[in-house]
Ligand binder design. Sequence first.
Ligand code: NAI
Length: 281
Amino acid sequence: MGLLDGKVAVVTGSGGGIGRAHALALAKEGAKVVVNDLGGARDGTGKGSAMADQVVEEIKKDGGEAAANYDSVASMEGGKAIIKTAVDSFGKIDILVNNAGILRDKTLLKTTEEMWDIVIAVHLKGTFACTQAAAAVMKDQGTGGRIINTSSTSGLLGNFGQSNYGSAKAGIAGFTRVTSLELQKYGITVNALVPIAITRMTDDLPAFSGGDPEEMGPQFISPVVVFLASDLAKDITGKFFGIQGRKINSYAIKMSEGVIKDKGMWTAQEIADNINKILDV
Ligand code: NAI
């Protein structure tokens, strides 16, 4: 008996890296999995079917059920086609993991419009396109659902040279909070991962190079996906799970207590005089 027997999952960008680990872990728990991957390079150029096909083969070899999809998440048609693959292949969709991603790193003054647009399109619009298509089917099915997005410390905490990527990932955090509220009435939970793992996306970054995949590989991220996808997490929504190796934590936005003026409006000088209290979270 698996935790996800009878469930149908879609994992975007699961032809490699963290997404592949999610697909294998979900299949191991009994889910039928749509392995979506555009099959391009780390910067989003190129495409092909080999990456998704290989993960489908791995799942089948292990006794699981899987189907491949090669559409890009970055358009509404792509999102619909990816979810349709689940319905056509396995009759429904219960779980969507929005994981597909690319990088086009440059500092602000060197970021071109194209670098901005493509990164926002794949991460932020892709998450919207797939979630909207999946939530519509989940609502009609009437059996609830699980949506698991992928944010990043780049968006939540900031990271040098990633204004496009960080903005997309912070956007996904806001999208997670809003849609978790909206979809609650259909029994659909929406949570987000904040992963750190050695993959082709990170293996040349100084913080990762020389890291041990046995200690920081993508496989460490996926148990949280299995948990969130299962009945064990039916009441958990709108949360952010940080995962790095054997560590799991959560992120939240904090507000300071602030200051209230007795009467009238604040002057700039008074704000300066109270700045420590205002900023004290
Ligand atoms: P990766 O490059 O190995 O995986 C990304 C996958 O998405 C690739 O297989 C790629 O072909 C696919 N993809 C790219 N554009 C696509 C599109 N338009 N449509 C469908 N598939 C597409 O990188 P990794 O590290 O596994 O990244 C997975 C997710 O985790 C990404 O959203 C990334 O931003 C996020 N992330 C990763 C971190 C890390 O430490 N590796 C840190 C924070 C977030």
